[in-house]
Every structure is written in C-alpha cells, then in structure tokens.
Design a binder for this molecule. Structure first.
Ligand SMILES: [Zn+2]
Ligand SMILES: [Zn+2]
Length: 283
C-alpha cells in the first residue's frame, strides 16, 4: 500500500475519467489526498473524498491564485479565474468536513510571479495569505501542505516564527520539494516532512554527474521524514514522463527512493505510508 499525499485528481484534466483514475489507483493499493488550490477546487475535492474510502482532501489557496490577477491553467479549471483573497470564514467551513485532513496548498512561489506586475506587492499578498492559512491550521489543529518555490529562506523564517510561538502544533509537509539538502534539513528541524514527486526520477543533467542534486537530497535525509506524491496531473515520473500523471504512478517515486537509499520497495512503502498516516491522522 502507498499513499499519494498530494494529487489533484478532481481537476479539469480528469473531467472525463476521474472515477476510473481513482478506482485504478485504489485497486493497485494507492490511497490519496486530493488537494485544493482555490475556492472552487477546495470545495469540489471534498465531494470526491466523500465518495471514496481511501481518498481524503485538503482545502487552501495556492500562491499563484493569490498574486495573479487573471490565472488560467486549463488542466486545473476550464476558465480563467480572478486573483483571490483568502477568506478564512469560507475555508474554515470547508475544513470542518470530516474528510478534510489538511490546510493547503498554501505558500510562497517567487518562481512564477506574473510578468509586469508589482512583485513586492505580490510577495506581500502571498505572505498575508500564507499567514492566514497558518492561523486557520493552528485554530483547527490541522497540518499544513506547503508549496514553495525560490523562497525557502522566507518560508523557513515564517514557519520558525509560528513554531516558536507554539503554533502549527500539527506541523506539515513541504510538497514537491526541489530545494537543497540544507533547506530540507531546516524544515526537518522544525518538525516538517519533505515530500518528493516524479522529479526525482528524472536523470541528472550532464554536468551533474551520476546523481542529481535533488537525488542527493533524497539520499541525505532520513526516510522517517519523507512523504511521496505525484502532484498529478503534473510532473509525471519516468517511464511516463510527458503524459498526464495519475495517482497510481506514485509507485515510481517510491521505487526511485528505494533505489537511491538502498532500501527495499516494501520498506519504503511501509515507512512513507506510516509517515503520511501519522501526519494527516488517516485511518
Ligand atoms: Zn504545489
Ligand atoms: Zn499541487
């Protein structure tokens, strides 16, 4: 059994075959958390989780939706959506659903700031939304799912501030981790888990030697702090790179971790599943 701790199986990319995709994963022993990214996908993920044993959901506002005045990702939603301000009342109501296991994805994304905008203002708005998620997670006693690109120093600083104030008791996970080993260690010291996607299956660049820096990070941190995910429909692992991703493919992430760490697939499956069950209180 494996748990895909971060997918978006209820978004537009799966509009024609979502139920088949979910059943295929469950039949192969893969359970999943389907993650909300803004107000509509946060509500609709819960409806899917209601239908299936072995599917849970999270609710939150992705940083791209905070800072982009008009955001369009046809894989996510059919129509462009306007930039959203995090409304704690709206998300609190959703988060009280028994199948909501986390707040997020929320975070800081300095990599995809829209061109031509006021970047200082956008970063400030992202931070405000992030803090509002952290406050809600603290209030409701839920873990957070964090999305972070090119902002690990700022992200770590804010987490540390909350943790030192006795907040975020349930901690959380840094999803789709692509930072350095030192950055991963800083999160782990704060009690967070690190989650890897199919990116770890991609071969190193020519100038990187036998093992990519990200694969070195997998080798360098304890399996006790690792979660696995697909981020489907994105980031498809080898051997399906280039095609639409789906939760059943999380096994390729687990296999790569086993290979990199010299462990058996059974050990990786058992430990990462226990990690996910513990963090998200799954049963
Ligand atoms: Zn993300
Ligand atoms: Zn995601």
């Amino acid at each position: 059994m494996l748990i895909d701790t971060h997918c978006h199986v209820h978004v537009n990319a799966f509009k024609d075959d979502m139920d088949e995709v979910i059943k295929r994963a469950l039949a192969s022993g893969v359970k999943m958390i389907t993650v909300g990214t803004q107000r509509d996908t946060s509500a609709s993920g819960l409806l899917v989780a209601e239908k299936y044993e072995g599917v849970w959901a999270s609710v939150g506002l992705h940083p791209n939706h905070v800072c982009d005045p008009e955001f369009l990702d046809p894989n996510e939603l059919e129509h462009p959506v306007h930039g959203e301000t995090f409304d704690p009342g709206y998300y609190r109501k959703l988060a009280l659903h028994p199948k909501c296991v986390a707040i997020g994805e929320c975070g800081l994304d300095y990599y995809r700031l829209p061109e031509g905008g006021d970047h200082a203002l956008m970063k400030r708005k992202q931070e405000e939304a992030l803090r509002a998620h952290f406050d809600l997670a603290t209030e409701l006693g839920k873990p957070v799912i964090i999305h972070c690109r090119d902002a690990h120093a700022e992200q770590t600083k804010i987490i540390r501030e909350y943790v030192e104030a006795g907040k975020l008791a349930r901690r959380g996970v840094i999803h789709c981790f692509t930072g350095t080993l030192d950055e991963a260690r800083a999160y782990i010291e704060l009690g967070f888990y690190i989650s890897f996607t199919g990116i770890i299956t991609f071969p190193p660049r020519k100038d990187e030697g036998e093992v990519s820096p990200l694969q070195q990070t997998v080798k360098g941190i304890s399996i006790d702090r690792i979660l696995i995910e697909t981020d489907a429909p994105y980031l498809t692992p080898i051997p399906f790179r280039g095609k639409r991703n789906e939760p059943a493919h999380v096994k390729f992430v687990a296999e790569k971790i086993a290979q990199l760490k010299g462990m058996t697939m059974e050990e990786v499956a058992k430990i990462t599943t226990e990690n996910a069950q513990q963090l998200f209180d799954l049963n």
